[in-house]
Write a protein that binds this ligand. Structure first.
Ligand SMILES: Cc1cc2nc3c(=O)[nH]c(=O)nc-3n(C[C@H](O)[C@H](O)[C@H](O)COP(=O)(O)O)c2cc1C
Length: 211
């Protein structure tokens, strides 16, 4: 049966490691269908909420390289069910990911949603595009009002994706998420402060009825 992600990942050395651990039969005789070569509504919804991704590329000398990319939630755009794109902003001007994908277009991304404890890994063919190469795409991908200087687009053609289990993902929350959760508490505190002030005005700071 198909297991697109593992078809890529199961190199001879990986197979040997799986065999050594008695796990090779799990993947060799995979019963089921996990030929995830098209995004569904589930991935679309997940990707639209993410503000971070990690992109692994490979250099011409065979060294892997991993780098963070981020932006406002939904900065990674789903162009169609096999294509993603994001704006690449000016940074330290090392251009390592950019150079790597020009030499080798195979890349792997992982998106981790710490609050929801979910992670999605995605094999892609990656390319960079000048901002004026495909104006309609650029228009769609750039987040207007985001205060950073875009230098290029990354376009990512899906090869295979897979979901991981939530194991060992420690929950973390963004400021925005915390603000939303804290808002009812803030309102409650404000209400109690008002009540407290009214009671103090009536009964004095110690709470005893005046004189
Ligand atoms: C002024 C400035 C300095 C930065 N310095 C570093 C750094 O020393 N190391 C690093 O990994 N990222 C640094 N960053 C973030 C990277 O530039 C950013 O993640 C960029 O996308 C890296 O792309 P690359 O690793 O593919 O070259 C810096 C960003 C800015 C704006």
């Amino acid at each position: 049966m198909a297991y697109g992600f593992m078809d890529i990942a199961r190199t001879p050395a990986v197979r040997a490691a799986q065999a050594e651990m008695g796990a090779d039969h799990l993947w060799a005789d995979f019963e089921g269908h996990r030929d995830f070569d098209r995004f569904t509504e589930q991935e679309a919804g997940f990707i639209a909420q993410q503000d971070t991704l990690y992109l692994a590329s490979v250099s011409e000398t065979g060294w892997p390289y991993v780098q963070h990319r981020g932006g406002p939630p939904g900065f990674l755009k789903m162009i169609d069910n096999q294509t993603l794109a994001f704006a690449d902003y000016r940074g330290n001007r090392q251009y390592i990911s950019t150079g790597n994908v020009k030499a080798h277009d195979r890349a792997c991304m992982i998106l981790v949603d710490y609050a929801r404890r979910a992670r999605l890994k995605i094999y892609v063919h990656a390319e960079t595009l000048a901002l004026d190469a495909e104006p309609q795409l650029t228009e769609r991908v750039l987040d207007k009002g985001y205060g950073a200087k875009p230098e290029r687009l990354f376009r990512l053609r899906l090869q295979a994706f897979d979901w991981n289990c939530p194991q060992h993902i420690t929950r973390r929350y963004t400021e925005t998420q915390i603000a939303a959760v804290a808002q009812p508490l803030r309102e409650r505190i404000a209400q109690l402060e008002r009540e407290n002030a009214a009671l103090q005005a009536r009964f004095g700071p110690g709470g005893a009825p005046p004189g």
